[in-house]
Write a protein that binds this ligand. Structure first.
Ligand SMILES: Cc1cc2nc3c(=O)[nH]c(=O)nc-3n(C[C@H](O)[C@H](O)[C@H](O)COP(=O)(O)O)c2cc1C
Length: 209
């Protein structure tokens, strides 16, 4: 199988766990190479929300780039990648991408994905949203990005925060054609026996879709 190259950006929105969990999941896969960029606010939230230091997070990625390193390989379209996920994506970073402002490596790498027509997923986290946020969501969608706010799927009957994060991250990676079968619950339809009483995973109904 050909090597897949995925860029993970972690910006300063709440939900650093999504980016870190994604790195862990990708790190366990053969034939996947990860490129990590964390914004300064992203590092703040990693420390605050997860209590992790930079070294521990960097160790999860194959390649780490500084957010100020506009000369990094991933700042150019000639460096081929399969796409990028910003997990989580702040409204500030989304606004930059929506308007083509490439002042950070996260925004530049995202802009490159869009111009090269590569998959770009923004896990935008903010609530509530004002009209400016919603307009920027529309703008990024019009230029080719996928806006995927990290909203838990309660039909999956999660038992812990980790379950919720796992399902959300698996869903995003599924869109890249990656093998996440162990993590992803595929909806089998409400008519399956026992679904409503006991939950999908307990009934062995995952991955039947
Ligand atoms: C603890 C904490 C939580 C934050 N949560 C959010 C959030 O959920 N969404 C958001 O858009 N910004 C959030 N912010 C603000 C961003 O970090 C801030 O706007 C920052 O400038 C974003 O820069 P970046 O996109 O380059 O990381 C938060 C900041 C802190 C310190």
């Amino acid at each position: 199988m050909a090597m897949k190259k995925i860029i993970i950006g972690i910006s300063g929105a709440s939900g650093a766990v999504y980016g870190v969990h994604m790195l862990k999941m990708l790190g366990g896969m053969e034939n996947v190479q990860t490129h990590l960029i964390v914004s300064p606010a992203g590092w703040m939230n990693i420390r605050h929300e997860l209590g992790m230091d930079k070294r521990a997070v960097r160790a999860l990625a194959d390649h780490v780039h500084k957010d100020g390193d506009i000369g990094a390989c991933i700042a150019s379209g000639s460096f081929r990648v399969d796409g990028m996920v910003i997990a989580p994506c702040s409204v500030k970073t989304m606004a930059s991408i929506a308007n083509g402002i490439c002042g950070t490596l996260i925004a530049r790498a995202a802009d490159v994905c869009l111009k090269e027509r590569r998959r770009l997923v923004l896990m935008v986290r903010e609530t509530p949203l004002h009209l400016g946020h919603i307009r920027n969501m529309a703008l990024v969608t019009e230029i080719g990005a996928i806006v995927a706010p990290p909203v838990p799927a309660f039909y999956a009957k999660p038992k812990s925060i980790e379950d919720m994060v796992d399902q959300t991250v698996a869903n995003i990676l599924d869109g890249f054609g990656l093998d996440i079968q162990e993590h992803l619950l595929r909806w089998p339809g409400l008519k399956q026996d026992g679904l409503q009483q006991n939950g999908l995973k307990q009934n062995g109904l995952k991955d039947k879709g």
